[in-house]
Ligand binder design. Structure first.
Ligand code: AMP
Length: 281
């Protein structure tokens, strides 16, 4: 077996990326897409590893901080970026292509078509971040049309996002599979996130209260589970955005936490909004 690594392609131009993927598909390659906003960490790299394990011949990682999914008072401008380091991480993880478009090449000045999901995206992060999932669905639909992958890999860290994307794929007949990979955590338990870079040492310690509280969740009345989490994270100095116990498929609130429940948390640690979740299996 050859140990020679393929050279990794780097694309900025959407049309060139689309042409490459079309050619590879026609040549019989199985294509995987890993959409990201960059500033890559082990969580992102685990998605590349998952694509490799599933036998993808080409693994394309998109790195794009999508302005359309950020609200006016959110962190679009200061979102961390490090293209050079990201490219090297992709190469080392076994990606075969990286797609790094700009907002100008992704959105024409008179761009006027958006994709909206109107059920799963209404609550949770969707309720607190108006327009967020419309931006996510729109950019992911565009990435699917550019890469035309056999499958795309998303992280369970963004639990609602994965469900919304699956619904979009079903309802709009995208010809691909969605793979959802487990949450990668630091040794401390903190869910990895590009936004963790915003945290001070003290904030990082306080942020641990989220994963700790989620680990301690036991089956029982949802109200009690919710109260315990809110109490624990607020005691650590965080501000609750939401804590909800929902059905893991419909994302509708449940009365009891049991098998098939997802417990979802969003909280502010200083100015940084963190999310985490645990599915009861
Ligand atoms: P982002 O760059 O934050 O938009 O994330 C890109 C993809 O990586 C999404 O599918 C996320 O769910 C996934 N992801 C981010 N953090 C993690 C993590 N800690 N574990 C697993 N997947 C993650």
């Amino acid at each position: 077996m050859s140990t020679k690594k393929k050279t990794m392609k780097i694309f900025a131009d959407p049309a060139k990326f689309q042409r490459w993927s079309r050619e590879r598909r026609l040549a019989g390659a199985k294509i995987a897409l890993v959409p990201t906003m960059g500033y890559l960490h082990e969580g992102h790299l685990s998605l590349i590893a998952a694509a490799r394990r599933r036998g993808a011949d080409e693994i394309a990682v998109s790195i794009f901080v999508n302005p359309v999914q950020f609200g006016p008072n959110e962190d679009y401008a200061r979102y961390p970026r490090d293209e050079k380091a990201d490219i090297e991480k992709c190469r080392a993880a076994g990606a075969t292509a990286v797609f790094l478009p700009t907002p100008e090449t992704m959105y024409a000045p008179d761009h006027s078509v958006y994709v909206e999901e109107n059920d799963l995206s209404l609550g949770l992060c969707g309720a607190r971040r108006p327009g967020h999932f419309r931006g996510v669905c729109t950019v992911v639909a565009k990435l699917f049309n550019l890469a035309h992958p056999d499958f795309a890999v998303f992280g369970r860290k963004d639990y609602q996002q994965a469900q919304v994307i699956k619904r979009m794929v079903r309802d709009l007949d995208f010809d691909l599979k969605i793979v959802v990979a487990p949450i990668v955590r630091e040794k401390s338990g903190l869910a990895m996130s590009s936004r963790n870079t915003y945290l001070s040492v003290d904030e990082r310690a306080a942020a641990l209260s989220i994963s700790r509280a989620l680990r301690e969740v036991r089956p029982g009345p949802a109200g009690g589970v919710r109260d315990r989490i809110v109490r624990a994270i607020e005691k650590a100095g965080l501000k609750t955005d939401y804590v909800e116990c929902v059905d893991s498929v419909t994302l509708k609130p449940v009365k009891r936490v049991a098998k098939g429940t997802a417990v979802l948390v969003a909280a502010y640690c200083g100015k940084t909004r963190l999310i985490d979740n645990r599915e009861i299996v």
